[in-house]
Design a protein around this ligand. Structure first.
Ligand code: NAG
Ligand code: NAG
Ligand code: NAG
Ligand code: NAG
Ligand code: NAG
Ligand code: CA
Ligand code: CA
Length: 630
């Protein structure tokens, strides 16, 4: 039942994406083929051959959905290949066939100069030569950093957790699996190359080492300890798989879907450091098959516990908003932002209410403060960068938590993240976004989510964790009415909700809130949206995007998400504020707002012992108990 409701939520998201498709469309030589029966791969191969195609295999192991390629067609063209599609459609065993459109997905790397070696005299432990440069693992103030502002991984290692028996897949431009610091932790069985359809996701050579991204991410998770090579991974005894999927002229829905659905029982965590172009004007997200792959991953992957999808929140800087990126903003992904070594946000960081937590990356004035990790062809680097470098650190921390408790579900990992991330000394360098307290006493920040991951605290809580009660989805209310948005003041709309009280889908403890919104305006980038919860928490669900000059598409059923109201009671009055923020007066029309509440009916932390009276767990439990005695 849960998954059928998830499907409805999925459909809501799909409809909106269809509406956001760009005008200059590109068509690839890939075709989605739906057979009219579960005939399997042999029949699909014959059909492909008969019509001059190659069958690349099933979509998500399906017996009736396949990925065909036509080698005589160019990788991309601006016209549909009607005759090729017709050939397939006219086959008596084919239900329908769709030529795949191509779109852009870009790596979230911020490139900068390669630096010469520099020697630090630190108490080296682990003994790996680059460990002293890995300030994100152990910050002792090197290069102007703030001591103890780090992932606190040594505390997790000291508890005996190093990632054993956990696999993280790096969905990227390949992994140098012969690298001496990675080779022993490489999980070949869980790896695949979807860019060239073979089991060997080795990066393609280019003179500028453009395809070093995946290898750098892999080392952050899983580089070996005490072997005299490079540094150490956050989870240095965990396995890493390579899923090569970024290195072809255009991305297609089928490549994304097969990547995100690859071996969901062998892979625990998928790490993605890419997404729609971070140009501050794109509104885009996962399409049909990819959305299905994610939903299947969280509902069925890891033998039903759910795969963990970790996402880099985006490198679009202050002019972009990661709630316009349907991957980062999804409830099923954990979106991770970055801070630099003194606690400031990085200058390329985006902000949005769907970010759950943060880790670390480059951007400090001292250029020796990039992320040290493995590099192509057996080398090491100190300059991995962007929110790209932040997401794999989180994947490594989650691998430690999964070793501490292999029973954790995808939701448990999100709850643990909320409860153990720390404000530490993170702050907004421009002083726009402050730390606020939500209705149950959880501190959050529009840039950093619930703060920086704390591996030591996370594994400690994971090891005594009790799986949270079942998840429900409540449509809390909807307003469908065309209302002009005033150009000089805010439009306020209200939904009063019982949060499905008395129904099967009753939610009393919020996890994710979605505001599914349709509107148009003469300048989309000047529209700002705020959502205020019944307990008074104000989330900015859309910030000003000065580069977004769309005046045609607006937003169509776009699911803006906030994590800020985590664990609050959803009952009462929700307010949506719509306001133009720009240089010139604009016009626009609000059309629809549907409020979706996702979370638990029963109190999530009831059976957990409180070991520390000052912990967030203690604070939230107290808030929940008070709410109950009222
Ligand atoms: C490792 O993980 C596999 C698959 O999840 C599981 O079947 C096996 O029992 C685990 N082994 C250990 C030693 O925990
Ligand atoms: C994708 O979803 C839309 C809307 O649900 C549907 O019209 C379309 O046929 C789907 N495409 C594929 C390839 O399944
Ligand atoms: C995981 O679940 C199994 C079966 O429910 C149980 O026997 C085991 O003790 C659990 N392990 C942990 C670490 O909670
Ligand atoms: C906004 O403009 C309208 C119409 O010109 C006017 O009635 C209203 O008082 C203005 N509101 C503010 C806050 O300036
Ligand atoms: C926005 O919606 C209004 C009301 O439905 C409509 O009159 C207007 O033409 C739309 N504007 C654009 C640019 O689509
Ligand atoms: Ca090493
Ligand atoms: Ca973005």
């Amino acid at each position: 039942m849960l998954s059928s409701i998830n499907l409805i939520v999925t459909l809501i998201s799909i409809i909106c994406i269809i509406n956001c498709v760009i005008c200059n469309q590109v068509f690839t030589n890939s075709f989605y083929v739906h057979l009219n029966g579960p005939y399997g791969s042999d029949v699909a191969h014959r059909i492909a051959q008969k019509h001059g195609f190659i069958n690349l295999g099933p979509l998500l192991n399906s017996p009736d959905e396949f990925h065909f390629l036509h080698r005589a067609l160019p990788h991309s063209r601006t016209k549909r290949s009607i005759s090729h599609t017709r050939k397939l459609k006219n086959d008596p065993q084919v239900d329908f066939a769709v030529q795949q459109s191509g779109f852009k997905r870009v790596k979230r790397g911020y490139r900068q100069l390669i630096l010469g070696p520099e020697h630090l005299s630190l108490n080296q432990e682990p003994s790996d030569p680059y460990f002293p440069y890995q300030w994100y693992l152990k910050n002792v103030g090197q290069n102007g950093g703030k001591p103890k502002l780090d992932l606190n991984v040594e505390a997790a290692w000291a508890q005996g957790y190093t990632g054993k028996n956990v696999t993280t897949a790096i969905m990227d431009d390949g992994v140098d699996y012969m690298h001496p610091d990675l080779r022993e932790n490489y999980n070949a069985k869980a790896s695949y190359d979807f860019s060239s359809n073979d089991p060997y996701p080795y990066p393609r050579y280019t003179d500028d080492w453009f395809n070093s991204h995946g290898t750098r991410c892999a080392g952050e998770v899983s580089a070996k300890r005490d072997n005299g090579i490079c540094g150490v991974g956050v989870a240095y005894d965990s396995k890493v798989a390579g899923i090569r999927m970024l290195d072809q002229p255009y991305m297609t829905d089928l490549i994304e879907a097969n990547s995100m659905g690859h071996e969901p029982d062998l892979i625990d965590i998928y790490s993605a450091s890419w997404g729609p172009t971070d140009d501050g004007k794109t509104v885009d997200g996962p399409r049909n098959a990819t959305m299905r792959a994610i939903v299947r991953g969280v509902n069925e992957g890891r033998k039903g516990l759910g795969n963990i999808y970790v996402w880099a929140s985006g490198d679009g800087g202050q002019d972009d908003d990661c709630n316009c990126d349907g991957y980062a903003a999804s409830m099923w992904t954990i979106s991770i932002n970055s801070a630099i070594n003194n606690g400031e946000n990085a200058h390329y960081d985006e902000s949005c209410s769907s970010t759950l937590a943060s880790t670390f990356s480059n951007g400090a004035k001292d250029p020796h403060t990039g992320v040290a990790t493995t590099d192509l062809y057996g080398k090491c680097t100190k300059t991995h960068s962007g929110t790209s470098a932040a997401a794999p650190e989180a994947a490594g921390v989650f691998a430690l938590a999964l070793e501490a408790n292999p029973n954790l579900t995808w939701r448990d990992i999100q709850h643990l993240t909320v409860l153990t991330s720390k404000r530490n000394s993170l702050y907004d360098s421009k002083n726009r976004f402050h730390w606020n307290m939500n209705g149950v006493g959880l501190e959050f920040n529009h840039l950093f989510g619930f703060g920086v991951l704390d591996a030591g605290a996370m594994v400690a809580l994971a090891s005594i964790w009790k799986t949270v009660p079942p998840r429900y989805h409540c449509e809390a209310g909807s307003i469908q009415k065309t209302i002009p948005i005033p150009s000089n003041e805010s439009l306020f709309l209200h939904i009063d909700t019982s949060s499905c009280a008395g129904k099967d889908s009753e939610v009393n403890y919020i996890e994710h809130i979605q505001a599914v919104i349709t509107l148009n305006s003469t300048r989309r980038g000047d529209v700002t949206l705020f959502l205020i919860s019944p307990m008074g928490t104000r989330s900015m669900i859309l910030s000003r995007r000065p580069k977004d000059d769309d005046s045609r598409d607006g937003f169509t059923k776009w699911p803006f998400m906030t994590t800020h109201t985590w664990s609050e009671n959803p009952r009462g009055r929700w307010t949506l504020e719509i306001k133009f923020d720009g240089d010139k007066p604009q016009k626009g029309f609000f059309k629809e707002w549907t409020l979706m509440v996702h979370g638990a009916k029963e109190p999530p932390y009831k059976d957990l012992p409180v070991l520390d009276k000052n912990s967030k767990l203690a604070i939230v439990k107290k808030a929940h108990e008070l709410a109950f005695t009222h």
